[in-house]
Design a binder for this molecule. Structure first.
Ligand code: GDP
Length: 233
């Protein structure tokens, strides 16, 4: 991905690149999460100001369940039994100037090529052009670890200088030891990918954690990551 739309010096991550949160804005409230709109193309997105954080992941990885657990809502993001069907981007408001974005799931084998291409174009243009984007949560089923597409998205994040947090969900399906070992493997993969890009504070552009929507574990950690991105603007 080129940086035609995101003008940042190469090799340097600049937190809050973009339009910035509105002056005097209140802190984001996950408890107040409310649906704004669904869009299938950039022309219909909400205006690109304030700050937003997007969730992306393979279909069925547990993205909707993670968003619902985070916002403590039963069905804010629909948990779908027909993976790959929804190609829309859903926007949720978290109080004035803050949004959560639910990007369409990917990697479902039965989806026609035409839809896969549409997905790539949509995600690519979203990541390139959305100046209010502060960070990306990549939802990954802990039993599958990082897929090629997950890695491709991490590559896009590097190119666009967008921080990413890998959420290893469904951890309740594995023992503590196996979960911890998978987390270490993912951390190693992230380190390998992210050798060239270091934030101003010396931290990596990428982070990761274990999560379970069923057990409601890892929510505090995820919330802290989101608040960090929202407030370091
Ligand atoms: P999405 O397609 O990525 O939005 O995935 P969903 O949130 O719809 O979840 C897909 C399936 O995985 C559903 O049957 C969920 O109940 C299940 N699921 C989601 N999160 C968890 C979790 O943390 N633990 C377990 N055991 N199942 C989960």
């Amino acid at each position: 991905m080129d940086s035609k739309f995101r003008q940042v010096p190469s090799g340097v991550y600049t937190p809050g690149q973009g339009t910035g949160a509105p002056e005097g804005a209140r802190l984001p409230s996950l408890a107040q999460a409310a649906f704004i709109l669904s869009a299938t193309d950039l022309a219909h997105f909400p205006s690109d100001d304030g700050s937003e954080i997007a969730f992306v992941g393979r279909s069925n990885a547990g993205k909707s369940s993670a968003i619902n657990a985070l916002t403590k809502r039963r069905s804010l993001a629909r948990t779908s039994k027909t993976p790959g069907r929804t190609q829309q981007i859903n926007f949720f408001g978290l109080g004035e100037g803050y949004r959560l974005v639910d990007l369409p799931g990917y990697g479902y084998a039965k989806v026609p090529l035409r839809m896969k291409q549409h997905w790539k174009k949509l995600i690519d243009s979203y990541l390139r052009q959305r100046l209010s984007l502060r960070g990306l949560v990549i939802v990954v089923d802990i039993r599958r670890a990082l897929s090629e597409l997950d890695k491709q998205i991490l590559g896009w994040c590097l190119a666009a200088h967008i921080p990413a947090h890998v959420l290893l969900t469904k951890a309740d399906k594995l023992s503590r030891n196996v979960s911890a070992a998978t987390l270490r493997d993912v951390q190693r993969d992230l380190l390998l990918l992210d050798t060239s890009s270091v934030c101003d504070d010396g931290n990596s552009l990428f982070s990761s954690q274990i999560f379970s929507a069923i057990k409601k574990s890892g929510i505090t950690n995820l919330e802290a990551q989101l608040m960090k991105w929202f407030t370091e603007t």
